[in-house]
Design a protein around this ligand. Sequence first.
Ligand code: ARG
Length: 462
Amino acid sequence: MADKMWAGRFSKEVDKTVNAFNSSIAFDGRMYRHDIHGSMAHAQMLGDCGIISKEDSEKLIEGLKGILADIDSGALEFDMTAEDIHMFIEAELTKRLGDVGKRLHTSRSRNDQVALDIRLYLRDEIKEVSALVLKLGETLCDMALEHLDTVMPGYTHLQRAQPITFGHHLMAYAQMLVRDLGRLKDTAGRMNYCPLGSGALAGTTYPINRKQTAELLGFTAPVANSLDGVSDRDFCVELNCALSILMTHLSRFSEEIIMWCSWEFKFIDLDDAYATGSSIMPQKKNPDITELIRGKTGRVNGDLMTLLSMLKGLPLAYNKDMQEDKEAIFDAVDNVKLCLETFIPMIRTMKVNKDKMRNAAAGGFINATDCADYLVKKGMPFRDAYKITGRLVAQCIDTGMTLETLPIEEYRKMSELFGEDVYRAISLETCVGERKSEGGPAPESVMKQIELTRKQLEAYHE
Ligand code: ARG
């Protein structure tokens, strides 16, 4: 076991089990690059402010570069008995540089160091997640364009309600993703303040330059209050919130895909590469990916609860409880990326059964509102038209008819206002095509939504 840096205060070595319990290197090791970049900026600032010599500052930076290269190449492996990634890198630096290495931690604490590393790490992750969300949004726009005329039933209460198009349906999700991108961007913006220089909690007596480290590391400014700098994990909570909402969108979409590929719907067929079979039932083709996404949404929500519960009772400033932040937020980010990476090609390759969608739209009296609207356009008040149409639907149900097949005489028995043109008014083409209101399902309306959404997405390109 590596010697503890804080061993001076202690008369015994730490118990093995305690050391393993305490150590976070197994999960914070993934921040090594960010930790090293943070240390390089700190070393640079120490040299520029005359807190250490320029020569030592340069040696530290070179030493850190060497460690980074060696971890990247695999030449240097983590010591799993180290307390965390910060201690491991500092110990390695001292091993390589001797006394100079011991100067790196001047006017710094692991408390501001870890707060910095998570921000740097998550800043990169947000970029990756956003790029995937953007790709999904663009995919949906492309698919919607191919399905401007693909009529399907729109549902409320999972009952057929009014006709829409598949393109219209897809664009609803594209709009959710635009908001997700906005949330991720807001989170990144609010998070982009540098805690370095907060020290353990109470700043430092050294003449440090917090502005310089903030700038070197691409932050907007230093965090304003040193206690807040080391105690704040709002950005983890906020990011997890944004990820939970994003997962909620993917999960609702997944739920629909699961229904749509059932034999009861058969609106879509998943590509064989994105479905799985059963070990016993030879006929089965299961939508496992979408079910896993639905399941993982619970997991990402769980991560959010972990973070909120971990923080709620903590007095300022740093408490070891906060070490629990990383596994939760890393898990959320990792799983969201996995979900997006699989979901995008899965929906891109799925086969859309236009006939099935159309047949479903042709049943269930999905054009009843349009029948009522027909009478309204002939001068009848909507409530009266609604009542008459309701009676017509009931009559159709009793006699096994549809509004399309009901003879005109039957219509005219209910109201003299009905003429032969009613059949055109209640045809699916008219029902969808005339819903030209802004945001509606008519092809020209959806076209405008695609144009708008593409413009909104464009703003998130790097
Ligand atoms: N491994 C710790 C964490 O993840 C780093 C900070 C430790 N600070 C301390 N005072 N023990 O939170």
